[in-house]
Design a binder for this molecule. Structure first.
Ligand code: NAD
Length: 353
């Protein structure tokens, strides 16, 4: 039986996602994603929220990230395996789904490895707009892996970044990142130490991958007035910042119950004060209040950002044809005759059934 149109689910493949980025334009897409994320942060209280469901192993983690605004439900499947790159595999891969809450039917299935990099970068830049010092135009980008160019381009498109200073323990990663950003309209400086990378930078982004309590930034490296965008510490036992930095910073998080498990603040007492970034967005809490303040976005990635990203993709797909219509749902004409539909599928043209 040919599936009816109503049961076909649009599926955005990796190839379609790349075409969509080129169709819209990377910077325009990052700005659009940031707008959708910010809009959903403004209605934060509406959403079902839960820390993501994590399955840990010796080599990494596999997670499910669900949320709903009451009309649309979304989830993302995502992994984090820091040693994968040594085997030619990516640290992070993902796919996700939106469904109609009214009937439970999926309305979109999408690759989300690329979309996660885009939404993480868009979130970082949206948050930096509230927290980075006025006129910030230079960023240290420590960790030059898969996320790094996206992080940089979002800061350019949304915050007006002019200079990026790159550092990675693996020089090949820095060379790759510098080559990819060569035509981006940025001043790209490759550095040989993290100390050199942070020179003159008002935004310090850490985006490394290691399954340990790492010290990517030590306490003495962080001077007054900077904004730290800490991306890589996003799992129990996996952090990037020396605890001393946390004690000198005003800390902003997505969803405290998840960040206290996974973020930099897992190193602090459970009642250490943090500000939820959505409250800054709606004007209920202060962002940056002084030039000398150190602001820290302790990013772990939250389900609502993925929901916003999927919502954005669904809206942008209209009229592009950049999807496959997927026969994902069994949908018999008589909804109670699932078995009969299976029986009829066994009928060969040469045989009467
Ligand atoms: P990746 O493996 O592609 O890149 C990580 C880079 O970090 C590598 O180039 C590696 O050489 C470098 N590195 C490791 N230790 C370092 C050190 N001590 N100093 C400098 N560089 C170092 O990983 P990726 O996909 O770019 O992801 C980076 C991190 O961001 C991961 O930990 C991932 O889990 C996390 N992440 C967070 C979010 C979020 O929403 N917060 C989203 C996506 C990824």
């Amino acid at each position: 039986m040919k599936p009816s149109d109503k049961a076909l689910v649009p599926f955005v493949s990796v190839d379609h996602m790349m075409q969509l980025i080129h169709h819209i334009g990377l910077e325009k897409m990052l700005i659009g994603l940031a707008e959708y994320i910010e809009a959903d942060f403004r209605r934060w209280e509406l959403f079902d929220k839960t820390p993501r469901v994590a399955s840990h192993s010796a080599t990494g983690v596999i997670e499910l990230m669900p949320t709903s605004d009451g009309e649309v439900y979304g989830f993302k499947y995502v992994n984090g395996h820091p040693s994968n790159t040594q085997k030619g595999l990516q640290t992070v891969t993902a796919f996700g789904l939106l469904a109609d809450v009214a009937n439970g039917y999926p309305v979109l299935l999408s690759e989300m490895t690329i979309l996660t990099a885009l939404r993480t970068a868009a979130t970082s830049a949206m948050v930096a707009r509230y927290l980075a010092p006025a006129g910030a135009d230079t960023m240290a980008m420590i960790g030059n892996g898969a996320q790094s160019e996206f992080q940089t381009m979002a800061m350019k498109a949304i915050c007006g970044l002019k200079t990026v200073r790159l550092y990675d323990i693996d020089r090949a990663a820095t060379a790759k990142c510098a080559a990819n950003l060569a035509q981006a309209g940025l001043n790209v400086v490759s550095c040989s130490t993290p100390q050199q990378a942070i020179e003159g930078a008002q935004i310090l982004t850490t985006c490394t991958a290691d399954k340990q309590y790492a010290t990517i930034l030590s306490d003495n490296m962080v001077g007054p007035g900077v904004h730290i965008n800490a991306i890589g510490g996003d799992c129990p036992g996996k952090t990037e910042l020396a605890p001393g930095i946390l004690h000198r910073s005003d800390i902003f998080v997505e969803y405290p119950p998840q960040t206290r498990i996974e973020g930099e603040i897992q190193q602090l007492e459970a009642d250490h004060p943090v500000t939820e970034i959505w409250q800054v967005v709606v004007g209920a809490a202060d962002g940056r209040t002084s030039k000398s303040q150190i602001t820290l976005f302790d990013s772990v990635g939250f389900a609502i950002e993925d929901f916003s990203a999927l919502r954005y993709v669904r809206d942008q797909l209209q009229g592009t044809g950049l999807f496959h219509a997927l026969d994902l749902l069994a949908d018999p004409d008589d909804p109670r005759d699932l078995f009969g539909m299976v029986l009829r599928a066994g009928c060969l043209p040469s045989r009467a059934c």
